[in-house]
Structures are given as structure tokens and as C-alpha cells.
Ligand binder design. Structure first.
Ligand SMILES: [Ca+2]
Ligand SMILES: [Ca+2]
Length: 291
């Protein structure tokens, strides 16, 4: 069941990029007049595309092809009406609110640049299960009970650098599709304006950045990195099957990287069993270690 977790989520991303957000064809479904909102003003434009698909502008055509089959025809009408009645259903779905934000963050960071935008339920459940097992394990699990993962980046924010003097159609379209709730100008450096954009839910910012960077006006994106982290729980797939946890419990002067570390390595079979492989300490006389 757990096998192929990462491969499967990568596949989802490839399908997503090819269908919804390649460089020139970002479009908001049902937004036939391409003003980046879905409302009654789109009806006559949708009707016009329906009557003369060959004469439609590319973005208007893309928005009108609700079922994404490459044609605008009678089969798109029901979905168009549904989109008008409930626009949220055709914009990006941030998925369920997770009960355990620590596990969600670890799962998001696990996915990486080429992973999916959201963790699967399987991945999220695996992190929840393994963290509980690790913290309950003998002999050192108790030392990790209060050592939470420090997020590497803020999961609902991204820094985007936009070239000056270019149309921002694709960037604005992506912001509409991903339901950006705030866009704040930061600074102009060189020939690029820097913005921080905020989303209404959490997602894999590194993979989202790869999608944004396909827009010609986007120079670069960055996660909103967090400095001064103390702890890191990192999950990777084991070459032997199962999973490996590398846990860095850092302390003392963590503003510029901690001076003291306890590094644990656990293996997990993904089915309810974890074993500690290693626990080492690193640091000088200022460090106080529990073992
Ligand atoms: Ca519209
Ligand atoms: Ca269609």
C-alpha cells in the first residue's frame, strides 16, 4: 500500500503541469472573458466560444474547455454552469485541513521540487504514525517527545520575482487559480520586482515555485525560509524498501545553525514498526546531552 508513494505523487504533478499550468496556457476554468473572475459576465463569452471555437482567443478557449478534452462543445456546458454556481470547485483545491500541523509540514517538505503540491493521505498518515512510534520507542524516544520539527519554510507563502516591463498575464492567472489572498510588494532589485504572495491553505511551495517559474515574466521564486531552526525531522524512502528518518535535535545558539546536535536515524517499515539505527551527539563543552 505504501510502496510507490513518492512515484505516484510525482506522476500527479506531471499530469497537473501538462493540463493546467504550462507556460502559455494558464487559464482560470469558466473565466471565458479572461478577467480572472468567474461570474455572469463570462456567459456571453462562453457562448461565443461555443458557437465559434476556432475564432476564440487561446486563453478564452482554454477557460471554456471545462472538461479539458481539447474541444469546446456541448459537453462543457454542464461544467460551465456548475462553475458559475460555485466558482471554488474549479479553482485549486487545498484539500482537507490536517489535524497535525507538524506532520503536515514534514509531509510537505518531503515532497520536494518534483513532488505533488499536496501530500497524499497515505504520506500524511505515515508521518503521524511514525512520529508517534519514534517518540514511544526505547531507549531514546522520550527525548524526542518535546522536540518538534522546525518548519523549513512557511507553507502558505511564496516569494516571487517578476521581471519589470513584461505583461504579467500568466503570473496573475496563476495567482487567481491558486486563490492568492494577499500580494505584498517587497522590493525592486535589478530588473525584477519582488512580491510575497499568500495562499488560503498550505501546499508544497517548492513544487509550486516550479510551476510559477514556467511563466515567462517570473524570474525566480523562493519559499519564505525560516532562519534559526533548531530541529529537523526528514523522511526519505529507503533503497531497501520502507523509510528512513533522519532527525536532528539541535540546541544552543540556533540563530545561525545550532552549536549542539543529537542526530538520530530510524528506519520504518511504513506498517507500524520503527527501529533506531543510530544516535550520535555533536558539539563542544557548552552542550548538554541526555545520554
Ligand atoms: Ca471572468
Ligand atoms: Ca471540452
Amino acid at each position: 500500500m505504501k510502496k510507490g508513494l513518492f512515484t505516484f505523487t510525482s506522476l500527479i504533478l506531471v499530469l497537473f503541469i501538462s493540463s493546467a499550468a504550462t507556460a502559455q496556457d494558464c487559464c482560470v476554468p469558466a473565466d471565458a472573458n479572461t478577467d480572472l473572475t468567474i461570474d455572469a459576465l463570462d456567459v456571453p463569452h462562453f457562448a461565443a466560444v461555443l458557437l465559434d471555437p476556432g475564432g476564440a482567443e487561446a486563453q478564452s478557449f482554454c477557460s471554456s474547455d471545462l472538461n479539458a478534452d481539447g474541444a469546446v462543445d456541448g459537453e462543457d456546458i454542464t461544467d460551465f454552469v456548475q462553475a458559475l454556481l460555485n466558482p471554488d470547485t474549479v479553482l485549486f483545491d487545498f484539500g482537507p485541513v490536517r489535524e497535525d500541523p507538524e506532520a503536515e509540514q514534514i509531509a510537505l517538505e518531503t515532497l520536494g521540487f518534483s513532488g505533488s503540491l499536496l501530500p497524499s493521505d497515505d504520506l500524511y498518515d505515515l508521518v503521524v504514525q511514525d512520529q508517534a512510534l519514534i517518540r514511544a520507542s526505547e531507549p531514546f524516544g522520550e527525548f524526542l517527545v518535546n522536540e518538534s520539527h522546525s518548519p523549513a519554510w512557511i507553507p502558505n507563502r511564496m516569494i516571487v520575482r517578476i521581471f519589470q516591463g513584461q505583461p504579467r498575464d500568466q503570473y496573475n492567472c496563476l495567482n487567481a487559480f491558486y486563490r492568492v489572498i494577499d500580494e505584498t510588494f517587497l522590493v525592486t532589485l535589478g530588473n525584477a520586482d519582488w512580491f510575497v504572495v499568500t495562499f488560503p491553505g498550505n501546499l508544497n511551495i517548492r513544487a509550486l515555485g516550479m510551476i510559477y517559474q514556467q511563466a515567462p515574466e517570473v524570474e525566480l521564486t523562493h519559499p519564505d525560509f525560516i532562519v534559526g531552526r533548531s530541529n529537523a525531522w526528514e523522511l526519505t524512502e529507503s533503497l531497501l524498501g520502507g523509510y528512513i528518518w533522519n532527525i536532528d535535535d539541535g540546541s544552543f545558539d540556533c540563530e545561525d545553525g545550532c552549536d549542539c546536535h543529537i542526530r538520530y536515524v530510524f528506519e520504518s517499515d511504513g506498517e507500524g514498526e520503527v527501529n533506531m539505527l543510530d544516535a550520535t551527539t555533536e558539539g563542544g563543552g557548552v552542550c548538554v546531552f541526555p545520554f
